[in-house]
Design a protein around this ligand. Structure first.
Ligand code: GLA
Length: 390
């Protein structure tokens, strides 16, 4: 993949100079959905699929981008002067946003670059192709421009800053953190209120992680993501009138039941309930995994989906069809939607010897009910971003 990309780079931008290759993973969240902007816990892991990128510094202030996934756009050119979000700049707004975010934090680059990339994460599938691109750019800036005092946690925060302030999507920290801090064969148990984290080994001996892609495209910008976030914020303000808390993530289920009457609207009450219960489920799920109780972990995954379906209402018929079909199959430990929802992917843990049949059965039922095919990926948990050997 890297060789091919290097070749393409030379073809597109010409020979010469030092061309440096990098990789940043995608991520899948095992449990803890829509909790990261509510001060709760998440439990994602980095994947071995992700974004490959190569970069070469320029003498002037031009920044030129090329993606093998968006070949049709050819070379897209911007400048370090007047960095701003422009709709027509399409995918290059992500790396541009990161350069801008670094600058906002005092790390300004004065020399431009040529950049080419290719992603092995399906775009808009909810496996964080955009966060992968952002963290890739961050890693390149750190290594190529010598911003060595920016550690990977800061890099994840700057990447999120780019997404929030440059792209305009109010995402939490989960995706960028999971990608920047990924560790092979481990999921990351992150408390989003404090950014304290712990690596939890995911030792699946007889099971596989199977990702199911609805192939229903979604973009966070045009989804109801920001609306959900707003609903939770309003619910929090209502609770704060009677209880001194900073985030919904501070509440146990019992405490929520005591104060929920303060929420004036039944829909908002459901949203807040999900945020609180999902956070508690995540805490329990990590505990279950530590005790090798995969069965309980799977049950909590299933309960997470039900809550996202009924209380948070971010699943939709494509994700529900995949997940509900998955639950019926033999050898399934657990299945749930993953990421923002409204399309994108679901994640399941399946007995290795049942995977082929699982994919066949779920795939068939999905196509019958939805009218087009789903895709399935048996994935491995990978590490964070790296500079690759030239
Ligand atoms: C998207 C956002 C994350 C998180 C999830 C939902 O992936 O980027 O910050 O909120 O949705 O859990």
């Amino acid at each position: 993949m890297v060789k091919e990309l290097m070749k393409k780079f030379v073809e597109v931008f010409g020979e010469g100079g030092t061309i440096l290759p990098f990789f940043a993973p995608g991520r899948v969240n095992l449990i803890g959905e829509h909790t990261d902007y509510n001060g709760g816990h998440v439990f994602p892991c980095a994947l071995t699929i992700g974004t490959y990128g190569v970069i070469r510094k320029r003498e002037d202030r031009k920044i030129r981008f090329y993606s093998m996934n968006f070949d049709k756009y050819g070379i897209m050119e911007s400048s370090l002067d007047g960095l701003a979000y422009k709709k027509e700049d399409n995918w290059t707004n992500y790396p541009k946003g990161v350069i801008w975010a670094f600058k906002e934090h005092g790390y300004e680059i004065t020399q431009g670059f040529d950049f080419a990339c290719v992603g092995t994460i399906p775009n808009s599938s909810g496996l964080s192709s955009s966060a992968s691109l952002e963290v890739l750019m961050s890693k390149m800036l750190i290594d190529v421009y010598g911003f060595t005092d920016v550690d990977m946690i800061k890099a994840s925060l700057y990447s999120q800053y780019a997404e929030n302030k440059f792209i305009g999507v109010n995402c939490g920290i989960m995706d960028q953190f999971a990608i920047a801090m990924g560790k092979k064969d481990c999921a990351i148990y992150l408390d989003t209120a404090t950014l304290t984290y712990e690596y939890a080994p995911v030792q699946l001996k007889d099971e596989k992680i199977v990702i199911m892609n609805t192939n229903k495209k979604r973009g966070l910008g045009d989804s109801k993501y920001n609306e959900r976030r707003q609903e939770c914020e309003t619910a929090l303000e209502e609770i704060q009138r009677i209880k001194n808390i900073q985030t919904l993530g501070e509440l146990t289920e019992e405490e929520f039941e005591q104060v929920k009457g303060a929420i004036q609207d039944p829909v908002r009450m459901k949203r807040a309930k999900h945020a609180v219960y999902e956070n508690q489920r995540t805490v329990k799920a990590v505990e279950a995994l530590k005790q090798n109780n995969l069965k309980l972990f799977g049950e909590l995954m299933n309960a997470s989906h039900i809550s996202l379906r009924d209380d948070y209402e971010v699943t939709g018929k494509e994700l529900d069809t995949l997940v509900e079909s998955a639950w019926k199959q033999e050898g399934v430990i657990g299945a749930r939607m993953t990421g923002a929802g409204f399309g994108g992917c679901a994640v399941s843990i399946v007995k290795a010897d049942q995977v082929a049949r699982f994919i066949e059965n779920v795939g068939k039922e999905y196509e019958e009910k939805i009218g087009y095919q789903a895709d399935f990926y048996v994935v491995e948990i990978g590490s964070g971003p790296v500079q690759l050997a030239e």
